[in-house]
Design a protein around this ligand. Structure first.
Ligand code: SF4
Ligand code: SF4
Length: 339
């Protein structure tokens, strides 16, 4: 296949967000985390309990839902991130509140990034609080500084297996540091034995892989899904269209970012109308990569865009949730099918 050049890209999209009336709320609920991984950005975790009040979260849930419904999005995906979200004392109440909106037409989905450190009993409560969601996805991040022996690794896999056995799509995430390719391949085998997919990610700083990866390791990072035997392999997750009509597919956003990371300045982008990001302090942003575009705060009020706007960011759109929002140039907004 010919190399895909950024200047030839006309459109980038997740098929899920392009063809269905799905909105995305990416919510960093808290930065509190019970772990302190050595490679975690200092700003990404804290040992201080930085939770908002239950009322603030619940009022926010109601407002977010009504804003997305105003924009004709009947399906809302809630992407919950931390810190460690599952240690927020209001997290299950938030899920229960979201669940209370579910009807035949009004659909909820959620995905959670977690270190999976709660016991299976807690995960049973989670399964209950999400049972009316149409789709529940859990990304269990494997931190081997804490999951540091076979028993803990087995327990980690068992929790993913429990979730997978209860209609949750649970996968393992592993950040592969330079020199860890053989270990990553062993992990893939270990998890694949229970039909669990492993998303292998490269370690990044300033939107680029950190120094130290060999050519072979970079190749592996770009194609790690090809090594897997689970049914997630070779899925068409992110579509890219060139001006000449050529269609490309990527199996993960990470793969697209590593091969064709770019700025989408002057592309139309549905972020802000179809997707928002909320920070732990309650700020509502258009996206993480365009965090200067603030839409308000859940504590004091916010409003979403009610139309698609152009991207003004010169730097790369580097966050998976941001990249998934449909974006295109030179043909207006007629491609967005909602309602
Ligand atoms: S579990 Fe995640 S959020 Fe917590 S310290 Fe480790 S990398 Fe950071
Ligand atoms: S930076 Fe923001 S506006 Fe620009 S493409 Fe990314 S999500 Fe869209």
């Amino acid at each position: 296949m010919q190399k895909l050049l950024n200047e030839n890209i006309k459109e980038v999209y997740s098929a899920h967000f392009k063809y269905k009336p799905v909105a995305n709320c990416a919510w960093i609920i808290n930065r509190y985390c019970n772990y302190a991984c050595s490679y975690c950005w200092p700003t990404s975790h804290t040992n201080k309990k930085d939770f908002l009040t239950e009322d603030q979260y619940l009022v926010a849930v109601d407002k977010i839902i009504s804003e997305f419904y105003k924009n004709n999005f009947k399906i809302i995906n809630w992407g919950m991130m931390g810190g460690e979200v599952t240690f927020n004392p209001h997290y299950l109440t938030i899920l229960d509140e979201i669940q209370s909106y579910v009807t035949e037409e009004k659909i909820m989905a959620t995905n959670l990034v977690t270190n999976l450190s709660h016991l299976p009993k807690w995960w049973e409560k989670f399964i209950k609080s999400t049972e009316k969601f149409k789709k529940v996805k859990v990304n269990g991040s494997l931190h081997i500084e804490y999951v540091n022996n076979d028993d803990k690794l087995n327990a980690f896999r068992e929790k993913l297996f429990l979730l997978n056995s209860n209609n949750v799509e649970a996968v393992a995430n592993f950040v592969m540091l330079p020199g860890k390719m053989d270990y990553s391949k062993k992990l893939i085998d270990f998890f694949n034995k229970k039909n669990i997919f492993v998303l292998i990610k490269g370690c990044r700083a300033n939107n680029k892989f950190v120094e130290g990866y060999t050519e072979e390791e970079l190749k592996f990072l770009n194609a790690s899904s090809n090594y897997q035997i689970t049914n997630r392999s070779n899925q068409k997750i992110i579509g890219v269209k060139e001006f000449n009509g050529t269609q490309h597919w990527f199996t993960s956003v990470e793969e697209l970012i590593s091969k064709n990371g770019m700025s989408y300045k002057d592309f139309y982008c549905t972020a802000g109308m179809q997707g928002i990001v909320i920070t732990e302090t309650g700020e509502v942003l258009r996206g993480r990569s365009c965090n200067s575009q603030k839409l308000g705060n859940i504590k004091t009020g916010f409003s979403l865009f009610n139309e698609v706007k152009k991207c003004g960011e010169k730097s790369n759109c580097h966050c998976a949730g941001d990249v998934k929002m449909p974006k295109w140039r030179d043909n207006g907004n007629s491609m967005l099918k909602v309602g």
